[in-house]
Design a binder for this molecule. Structure first.
Ligand SMILES: C[S@@+](CC[C@H](N)C(=O)[O-])C[C@H]1O[C@@H](n2cnc3c(N)ncnc32)[C@H](O)[C@@H]1O
Length: 293
């Protein structure tokens, strides 16, 4: 039995049979992924799910719900469903003010802290990395900042996402010009190789710095294996979750963050009312949260 969060009851959808089934699928999606479709998002939810119903040649949402729960292919269908329901909008060097804070204050502070402790490792986690532009951007920033000294550091950059289609793109590392719209010519020349059709492939030394793996934040068995992360980027992901589930995610982040570590979220997100542990730092144009040392 799936437990409902405080679902809105005035959707209009619960008046007919199809509406009731859609609400059940909505609860199911929430239970499996944390993705939350509020009243004003239900039309788009229905439209996106219709694509899967059509592809599977099913006759109704009811058949689809049954398929999800009972078919031997139900588990793999979940992947396709998440792909349909999430938006993977991203680009290289998205949100320059925040990246400036990362490159300056955040890295400086962490490197000082590590050096004082006699450590040389830095673990960075791009959570909800979509097609990989965000973690590759972080790798490029590290290369730019550390130059030849990069060899003195053990840098691990991890990218995780619930969309396996997005992760396939990330692993290939080939991007069009639109993905590079915020990147200077100089950066493109140094870190990408032109390939066919005006696309660009990320250079091997950058690709090697980033490891991608499937991640469903709702899956505690995956989240439970994560630890000692110095910087968590979770930008433009929390917006898809209910307030209740956001609290759970933020407290998971707190647990896996190293003392003195950082959490960076998107410009339209805030931990207001969700967290009492992280300290908000006032940085120009960026929301930056720090775990106490
Ligand atoms: C709009 S993109 C953000 C990409 C990148 N962080 C950025 O800001 O440019 C949101 C990403 O969150 C992922 N996502 C949504 N729910 C998730 C979950 N439960 N676990 C992991 N990733 C999730 C989506 O698949 C999507 O790729």
């Amino acid at each position: 039995m799936i437990s409902n969060p405080s679902w809105d009851k005035q959707t209009g959808l619960d008046n007919d049979h199809e509406g009731v089934v859609l609400l059940k699928i909505r609860d199911f999606v929430y239970h499996k992924s944390g993705l939350y479709f509020a009243k004003n998002k239900l039309d788009s939810f229905k439209k996106r799910l219709s694509i899967r119903v059509e592809i599977l040649e099913l006759n109704s949402f009811e058949e689809y719900y049954f398929y999800l729960q009972n078919s031997p292919l139900g588990e793999s269908e979940l992947q396709h469903m998440f792909d349909c329901l999430t938006s993977i909008e991203t680009c290289f060097f998205r949100d320059i003010p925040q990246l400036n804070v990362f490159q300056g204050q955040v890295l400086m502070d962490l490197m000082n802290l590590k050096t004082q402790k006699g450590q040389n490792s830095l673990r960075i986690f791009s959570c909800g990395c979509a097609t990989g532009e965000e973690p590759y951007t972080l790798a490029i920033i590290m290369l730019e900042k550390l130059g030849h000294n990069i060899d003195q550091w053990q840098i691990e950059i991890m990218g995780g996402d619930i969309s396996s289609t997005a992760l396939e793109v990330a692993q290939k590392g080939i991007y069009n010009q639109y993905s590079l719209r915020n990147s200077s010519k100089d950066i493109v020349n140094r870190y990408f190789t032109p390939v066919d059709d005006g696309n660009y492939s990320i250079k091997e030394h950058v690709r090697k710095m980033v490891h991608f793996s499937y991640l469903n934040l709702k899956d505690e068995s995956i989240m439970g294996t994560m630890h000692s992360i110095d910087v968590i980027f979770c930008r433009n992901v929390l917006i898809y979750f209910s307030e209740e589930y956001k609290k759970t995610v933020v407290s998971q982040f707190y647990d896996i963050n190293t003392p003195g570590g950082y959490l960076l979220i998107g410009p339209s997100e805030s931990l207001f009312g969700l967290n009492r542990s992280y300290k908000l730092l006032l940085c120009p144009g960026a929301l930056v949260y720090k775990k106490q040392t």
